[in-house]
Design a protein around this ligand. Sequence first.
Ligand code: AMP
Ligand code: ZN
Length: 240
Amino acid sequence: MNQAQSAPSPRLLPPILLLGVPGAGKGTQAKRLAQRYRIPHLSTGDIFREMAHSESELGKRVWNDMRQGNLISDDVVCQVVVERLDRDDCRGGYILDGFPRTLPQAVWLMDFLESGPRTAVRVIVIYLTVGYNDLYRRLLGRRSCPTCGRIYNDFTQPPRQAGVCDLDQSPLVQRKDDDPAVIRERLSAYEQQTLPLVEFFRGRGSLLELSGAEAVDRVTERLFAAIEQAALEPPPAGAA
Ligand code: AMP
Ligand code: ZN
């Protein structure tokens, strides 16, 4: 999909937040948005997976939570996010994928954006919905390339050759937390701690709801259209 020429300048884009249950397609879509708008894709899950590989004490604690499907503590998460947002490449906009994931994280972020060094007058929050019946298939079928990060799915987005990345021929890997027992915990954490954010952002007038259940390219087209429309509109009264 090469529509980069008609994409709006990143200077016009407020921060974009992707909300949705694990398996809704946030990571796949975030990568496409990042490419189109030439802005960084910040995935807290990716950051923590990298930390979990380190031998540090914090890395071990992070992995202990991740492998059980638990969320990492808000303090640690917000610290990681503030360090990332502080970098120069976030000046022209960015996509947050998997953050915020709890009400305290959302409140912290809005406060940070209203008063911190990365002031933003508004945010675009995309809520990608998908039925629970699809989720196990999506999560169990998910594979990713350890070299380029591209995400595949054995059921919905298979690579041309089974188990091998189309772009660089690396053998694809499965996330350790895409395992039935851990998936159950992750979905339960989502329902209890993340789902309330939908009402939080709806109440601020900044939520765009979009079905993530359709073909990946179709969802991408809808996302581009929704974001570009939202970027042109004046911020809703009282919205961040
Ligand atoms: P994800 O790749 O977004 O599914 O995240 C993988 C795991 O990283 C989650 O199951 C959590 O353990 C952890 N994680 C990622 N983002 C957050 C967050 N914003 N708050 C707490 N834990 C997170
Ligand atoms: Zn690859």
